[in-house]
Write a protein that binds this ligand. Structure first.
Ligand SMILES: [Fe+2]
Length: 312
């Protein structure tokens, strides 16, 4: 049974292509029917294994598990419980929480990501960010995938700056560029300075510097939905590593410096033919999708009462 989308960006396909990977866009109140409170977040949060790697607390830097977890032996098993008072105190002091792959654990997170996947026609995965007080835990950075920031509870201020390197790949994090002395506050052109309220969505293309801060003492929760596109560079590398090694023309040694140019031209022709094969493109797409499609949520509300009615 298909469900009604909860996100409407009010964009046609061609409008979407106009902005995607090209400019920042703000969509006011684009998430509809939002009725999600802190108690809902608590319920989602407690479905997550505290030591599974998804839960990360930050206070200036990332906290280590003993800062917020206690290990208890129960029926010969070790279980982990949160140190509730310590966590409360850290949040009073401006700590933040990040839950990776929130789409795996939350019905809201799953719906938001699946709607954005429909709209962008790509794989979309969501991380939840919770913060309180005047926190700027993560500083200025760029992400290596485009992000739809979906504000769920409270408010968050976003500043976005023009990129210094457009469309970075996964091996090109902003930390490498920061160490070259780039300071977005001083050198970059600020293009968006906006406070997001519940239901608002901000699209930030990959490579665009951004920083966020909470507004006053208000707590905030947003889902940062990363769009994982198929990049040409990744595909070419995959063909080279998993298909082109079957081609004897590409396994040959360079015969002589004089022949090098000729050999390269021939090898590129063979490689280009391999890249252009539909079957290779399809196989790569399927392999990528199967990586991301594990752990989908079972939405009982979508089908269980319907089946029940049918059996009556
Ligand atoms: Fe980011």
């Amino acid at each position: 049974m298909s469900r009604k989308p909860i996100i409407d960006l009010k964009l046609g396909e061609s409008d979407f292509r106009e902005i995607f990977e090209k400019k920042v866009a703000f969509f006011e109140g684009a998430l509809h029917g939002l009725n999600y409170e802190w108690s809902d977040f608590s319920r989602d949060f407690h479905g997550i294994n505290p030591v599974g790697g998804e839960v990360r607390f930050f206070q200036s830097e990332r906290l280590s598990p003993p800062d917020y977890l206690v290990a208890i032996e129960e029926n010969q098993n070790v279980i982990h419980e949160y140190k509730v008072e310590e966590i409360e105190e850290r949040f009073r002091q401006g700590a933040s929480l990040v839950v990776n792959r929130f789409d795996r654990y939350s019905v809201l997170g799953s719906r938001v990501c699946s709607d954005l996947a429909q709209i962008s026609k790509n794989i979309v995965l969501g991380n939840a960010y919770v913060s309180k007080g005047r926190s700027r835990t993560f500083g200025s950075h760029w992400d290596r995938h485009c992000v739809f920031a979906v504000q769920v509870i409270g408010k968050k201020r976003w500043k976005v700056y023009r990129p210094t390197m457009e469309l970075p790949l996964y091996n090109q994090p902003s930390t490498l560029h920061k160490s070259n002395g780039v300071d977005p506050d001083e050198k970059l052109e600020l293009v968006v300075d906006r406070v997001l309220s519940p239901g608002d969505i901000l699209y930030v293309p990959r490579g665009w510097w951004h920083e966020t801060e909470t507004v006053g003492a208000e707590p905030s929760m947003h889902i940062s939905c990363g769009v994982h596109t198929l990049r040409l560079h990744d595909y070419l590398r995959w063909v080279l590593m998993s298909k082109a090694d079957q081609k004897i023309e590409l396994r040959r040694s360079v015969s002589s410096p004089e022949e090098f140019g000729k050999q390269i031209n021939f090898a590129l022709k063979v490689f280009a033919e391999e890249c252009a094969k539909d079957e290779n493109h399809q196989q790569y797409s399927l392999e990528r999708e199967s990586l991301y499609k594990r752990n989908k949520l079972v939405h009982f509300e979508n089908f269980i009462s319907e089946n029940f009615r049918a059996e009556e």
